[in-house]
Write a protein that binds this ligand. Structure first.
Ligand code: PRP
Length: 181
């Protein structure tokens, strides 16, 4: 069972639900009279996106984009490849990028520049988790669920080796699972 690989729960289903509702309320307030386009960056953000969008009350639309870092291993090369692009142009639209986690900032700094070049009316970033101590590229975040320490977290969309995304909570993986101490 997946649960056996979890050292401890960092955020329970209830905590996630409460925080997602708070973020959605802030988004509703900030986008009053507007129709934001929420862009989910696959794959990690699909669970957060699904919960967030159902707590938002302003009219909004959704789109999806998939990216991957070039290179292998744990050190990112800083280059990002678009695996799946958006379905529609974003010119003149109010964009809200939805991510599960902001880590080094490589992916988002590249992606935000790329999206800005398509001339949206505005662009903001919403991330459920933020690991500020890991940042190597500055990224402006307007909506952040939780700041977390540099621990290996999985669940609620986040994976290790593509698994654990289906856990309903966010947990810290036992180091023995990934060969750590
Ligand atoms: C995660 C996350 C961000 C990125 C953040 O995706 O969803 O896109 O890493 O890391 P960075 O700030 O160091 O760039 P991941 O590459 O794990 O892919 P996934 O969403 O398919 O799980």
């Amino acid at each position: 069972m997946l649960e056996h690989d979890i050292d401890h729960v960092l955020f329970s289903e209830e905590q996630l639900k409460t925080r997602v509702a708070e973020i959605a309320a802030q988004i509703d307030k900030d986008y009053e009279g507007k129709e934001p386009l929420l862009i989910s960056i696959l794959r990690g953000s699909f669970v957060f996106m699904a919960d967030l969008v159902r707590q938002i009350h302003v009219p909004c639309t959704v789109d999806f984009m998939a990216v991957s870092s070039y290179g292998s291993g744990t050190v990112s090369s800083g280059q990002v490849k678009i695996v799946k692009d958006l379905s529609e142009p974003i010119e003149g639209k109010d964009i809200l990028v939805v991510e599960d986690i902001l880590d080094s900032g490589n992916t988002l700094s590249y992606l935000l520049k790329l999206l800005e070049a398509r001339h949206p009316a505005s662009i903001r970033l919403c991330t459920l988790l933020d690991k500020p101590e890991r940042r190597t590229k500055p990224v402006a975040v307007q909506y952040s669920g939780f700041s977390i320490p540099d621990e290996f977290v999985v669940g609620y969309g986040l994976d290790y080796d593509e698994k654990y995304r289906n856990l309903p909570y966010i947990g810290v993986l036992k180091p023995s699972v990934y060969g750590g101490k």
